[in-house]
Design a protein around this ligand. Structure first.
Ligand code: TYD
Ligand code: MG
Length: 453
């Protein structure tokens, strides 16, 4: 049978199929499959036998195992997400929507990296002049910084081999192409091949590589998801269009935990680190307005306060609207049902909107109680006391369940000036009450919503 001239790839996960389908059979995403020329796989002339003797298995005991070498990027928030600095010879993929600030972040880390190492910044998107202008505007130190505007993979590899930099930054992977492959830049095959080549550079030469990757909602570009399994570390740079806060999150990290976040603010002089995210997340919080409640979630080892907002209004149509932003939709629906059945509020014919301010995504059950209180507050049109926070998991019978790291959460709540905090009546572990904070212990949601003034 003749080989097909083109194949179909999923731009989300890179899965290959021979015919088009509406839904990717591998990752289940809809409308992400695109047609692209098939890549001819090169085989060694004499088959696998010719490779004999190239690499031999090593006895476990003989493998050298020194701790990986780390260095600071000069941005604490980035170092924290990387697990305590970047690892020498690793490949880090920084993904995010266009315009979120990936190139700005990469240029800004050059400022510190240039002090003790040589950095090659390869851009397929901007000319050297444009990058220089931007770097000057950002006030980047430039000794030891080399720029290259290039999209051809071979030329980039040649430049790296010739210059042997300590750090290589490639902006962006979707603009780089391999001449030998017949698919277009940005296609699944191209981004995979180029990433693989950069990965080899990183491992063979000990160069630390940062690769920028665009996430494109329409699926016309292959996204960083396709590359996740290849690289050492995947960071997502997220934020809302109309909000200056940006959150950096690790989706995968071979050298550290993935639950840390880094918070930045985009200013006119570039990205500024936000060492105190709780304050940032609560800035502009309305006073005496129904439907808003503050909680504390753990982002890695760091407690962060978040404002949960809810709006309930009588539905004008047959089926009420339900929408949730920043709070897991299923969990939000569960809280709505529990509040109706166990809290005795008639919510079933209300439109329901939930929003978490500041671009945070709350995926911790400890945020349940704050949503329940915010919902009840909106329904009854009574504000939650301004100095009250709520922490606790809510079960299906309306009972409150214990959450972990309560002491850290309580001290953060107290530090930000709150004087009262709702917590589960029987939280496990010994609770050290911070000075000036009154704990309101509640055992179910009926008791919790009684605090509404
Ligand atoms: P950029 O880093 O080019 O985004 P990406 O590489 O992710 O596509 O950032 C672009 C946006 O950031 C742009 O809309 C303007 C804004 N910006 C600032 O607000 N201040 C600055 O100092 C810079 C450099 C950019
Ligand atoms: Mg860019």
């Amino acid at each position: 049978m003749a080989k097909p001239k083109s194949l179909f790839y999923c731009t989300e996960c890179g899965n290959e199929t021979i015919k088009w389908q509406g839904k990717c059979p591998s990752c289940g995403s809809w409308n992400t499959i695109v047609e692209q020329p098939a890549v001819e796989k090169k085989r060694p002339a004499a088959g696998p036998v010719s490779r004999l003797g190239r690499r031999k298995p090593k006895p476990f005991a003989e493998v050298e195992a020194v701790d990986e070498l780390r260095f600071d990027t000069g941005m604490n928030e980035l170092d924290r997400v990387l697990g305590g600095g970047a690892v020498k010879g690793s490949l880090v993929l920084v993904g995010g929507a266009p315009g979120i600030g990936k190139s700005t972040l990469m240029l800004q880390i050059c400022d510190n990296l240039c002090r003790f190492s040589s950095v090659l910044y390869v851009s397929g998107e901007e000319s050297e002049r444009q990058i220089k202008l931007r770097a000057q505007r950002l006030g980047i130190r430039d000794d030891g910084l080399y720029l290259l505007a290039e999209t051809n993979l071979d030329d980039i590899v040649a430049a790296v081999q010739a210059q042997n930099p300590d750090i290589l930054i490639v902006d962006s992977i979707q603009t780089i192409y391999n001449e030998d492959s017949n698919s277009s830049p940005g296609s699944v095959a191209q981004v995979k091949e180029c990433t693989m080549a950069l990965m080899h550079l990183a491992k063979d030469m000990g160069v630390t590589v940062f690769v920028v990757g665009h996430i494109n909602k329409e699926g016309s570009l292959a996204g960083p998801k396709v590359l996740e399994h290849m690289v050492d570390c995947v960071l997502h740079f997220e934020g809302e269009e109309h909000n200056s806060y940006r959150i950096l999150r690790a989706a995968k990290n071979r050298f550290g935990a993935t639950n840390e976040i880094g918070v930045f603010e985009m200013m006119d002089k570039g990205l500024v680190e936000v060492p105190n995210p709780s304050e940032a997340m609560l800035s502009g919080r309305p006073e005496n307005m129904p439907g808003s409640c503050v909680t504390c979630v753990m982002e890695g080892v760091r407690p962060v306060l978040a404002e949960v907002q809810a709006l309930l209004s009588p539905s004008a149509y047959g089926s009420p609207r339900r929408s949730s932003n920043g709070f897991d939709q299923n969990r939000a629906m569960m809280m709505l049902a529990v509040l109706e059945k166990r809290g005795g509020l008639m919510l079933s014919n209300c439109d329901f909107y939930v929003n978490v301010i500041g671009g945070l995504t709350l995926d911790e059950p400890a945020a349940d109680l704050s949503l329940v209180v915010a919902l009840a507050s909106s329904f009854r049109d009574k504000p939650v006391p301004y100095d009250l926070a709520a922490i606790g998991e809510v079960g299906l019978t309306g009972e409150l369940r214990s959450v972990n790291a309560m002491n850290q959460r309580l001290s953060e709540v107290q530090r930000l000036g709150f004087t009262k905090c709702l917590i589960p009546a029987r939280n496990s572990g010994k609770i050290v009450v911070p000075m000036g904070l009154d704990l309101v212990r509640v055992s179910n949601i009926r008791e919790a919503i009684a605090v509404l003034v």
